[in-house]
Design a protein around this ligand. Sequence first.
Ligand SMILES: NC(=O)c1ccc[n+]([C@@H]2O[C@H](COP(=O)([O-])OP(=O)(O)OC[C@H]3O[C@@H](n4cnc5c(N)ncnc54)[C@H](OP(=O)(O)O)[C@@H]3O)[C@@H](O)[C@H]2O)c1
Length: 301
Amino acid sequence: MRAIQIDRFGAPDVLDLVDVPEPEPGPGDVLIRTVATSINPVDDKTRQGAIGEGTPPLPMTLGWDLAGIVVDGGSSGLSTGERVIAMSHQLSSGRGTWAALVALPARAVAAAPRSVSLAEAATLPLPGLTAWQTLEWLNVRAGERLLITGAAGAVGGLALQIARARGAEVDALVSRKSQLVFARDHGAGLVTTDRHALKERAYDAVFDTFGAFVTEAVADGGRYASIATQAGPVPDLSSRGVRTTVHQVREDGAGLNELAGLLDAGSLRLRVHSTFGVQRIRAAHARFSEGGLAGKIVVNF
Ligand SMILES: NC(=O)c1ccc[n+]([C@@H]2O[C@H](COP(=O)([O-])OP(=O)(O)OC[C@H]3O[C@@H](n4cnc5c(N)ncnc54)[C@H](OP(=O)(O)O)[C@@H]3O)[C@@H](O)[C@H]2O)c1
């Protein structure tokens, strides 16, 4: 079967479409035929060799996001032919999703949202679960004040919409003037490109997607979560009673079910920047690496 692998680290030309043996599903696994996947920053970093310790051995199949059709549901209760989405923690398991067939534990898989195509749904799993799980840790409730940094990015944009659906008041720090409209259109109150324009000690919770560490913004007794693993830990704010974490996304079919429900209820909108066929994976990565994207890159199998 076809899979996108690397056997060395480097620029997009290290990506190869190769023929590999089909996976053999273990007990509790679901075998899925891939329809579409998408590119995330972690795929870019893994390809470059920037992850360091914990990177699976070479050659490896890349990819975390998956939207496809069940070939064999095993004991999961999922039926053959059912549309599903999944997130594979590729770095810890080595099970990349950029392959024609993928075997994943049932707990990582959920029924796909009905209101969007599988190509669109492929943009949801990794950024959606990161947004969902981090908001769960932050325990953001209706009426609370939340600040999101990088609010126009893939994770930040979904976190903004989920938090608004929960009734939170959300302010947004974005990187470029062209992103102001997105954040306002999705319900942010104060939207700025200037970190010095943020209110001080005003937020019950801060969701930091790029390691801005705007620690003055969080209220005493508040919560501060970063997902920017490579920026290091959040400074210790315990003297102000602020709890901090660097959240690491985990496989979570139940979370995907919640996200699919929000999509089908119209509370969440997905953004596709462009779509590439699997044969053009190098071009897709090159476009991803250029940056400045307003939406995800989909790769069709
Ligand atoms: N810990 C985890 O489990 C986990 C899970 C998922 C993602 N991540 C990490 O989280 C980060 C965000 O992921 P993503 O998929 O949302 O990436 P993304 O789509 O590229 O979004 C990042 C956003 O942050 C903005 N940004 C970057 N630097 C900024 C700055 N100095 N000031 C203001 N805005 C800035 C970017 O703006 P531009 O477009 O202008 O650059 C972009 O809008 C990545 O580093 C990713 O590796 C971690």
